[in-house]
Design a protein around this ligand. Sequence first.
Ligand SMILES: [Zn+2]
Length: 398
Amino acid sequence: MLYSLVSLTACAKTGGETAGADDKEYLPAWQEGFLDIHQISTGRGNAALVIMPDGTNLIIDCGDAATSGATEHNEVLPVLPNASKHAAGWVQYYFRKFAPASVNSSTVDYALITHYDGDHIGSEWEPDAVTLPNYGFKLNGITELGYYMQIDRLINRSDVSDSRMPANYRRYIEEYRDERGLATEVLRPGENNQIRMLHSPDTYPGFGIRNVVGSRTVWTGTGDATETLPATTDENANSCGILVSYGPFDWLSCGDIPGTNPATDTETAVAKAVGECDVVVACHHGYKDSMNREFCKSTDPQLYVVPVREYWHPCVEAVANMCDETIHSGVPQIYCAGLLASTRATMEEAGFGKYFMKDGHVVIRVTDGGKKFQVFVLDDRSDDYGIVYSSGVFDSRD
Ligand SMILES: [Zn+2]
């Protein structure tokens, strides 16, 4: 429930000398005990940064896809905030800005790759992909981020023997396993300690990350038990997903799992296991084959976050369920990590404009042991990350 508005003036100026105009406000620095979840808007695909209450960090995806596969309305966002870096360069820049220097702002503790599509890992076939002498792989997306920054543990939906793993990504893993000690693991659905706090976990017993789904194996919601859905070669349906919980607060993010075709529906099983959440990252960017009515009704979040890179993120069909007040406890809000003006216009024409808040980098800051949270939207058109919107304080639901 949203119960009070907090003035922007409550936010400290932390932008330093490069902050720009004096009237800008900046996200106050992370503090021990905060859970910060950033959906980063690079214009090129998904990237999220989770800072756990003890400062352990987790990157989820680092995509770099320049074009839309759509035959109409194939507009895409530009590289954000500008083309002076590739998406991975901006993710590194963002990481260094917001990961706490007091704990670790130089290395990635965990990187979770939800699945193998270019808007989640990059591709050797992108025009921006970089070839370096003496390297067996090209730099783009997660392989480029891995070149810039030490990644300690890389978690995938499958191992390198899986023929669905793109060859360039496999070469990166094999080369860096030897050269940089990159540790890789396969996500183990159902478990709640594969991704865990590394510094002071005993201080925050209410925090945990549950592996909900990966390669069609879905947590049942009871203990660590799982069920296996019928196999499909649909890459999206094989996405990994996790549930991040902190006290009563729950945040769900499941890559590009679909939910409208019975042969590939993964959302319904996930929703049955997970139940009510506070924040849900829209599956498959809110595309029309995702966010089915049962998924929205069961998870019943207070707000949705939509990772965007093209016009069809999100689609009216999905948004109709996400905004349906008859299946939600309150009036849901939609925060888009990037958004094309043409998509916003479409949503307004369809009567959904009032649910769409400001777009940019979407930061969920969870405090008070998970009892409260607030949303900050940061400017994705400038590298000083000024706040363009800050929400009131939400109470997490039990
Ligand atoms: Zn995607």
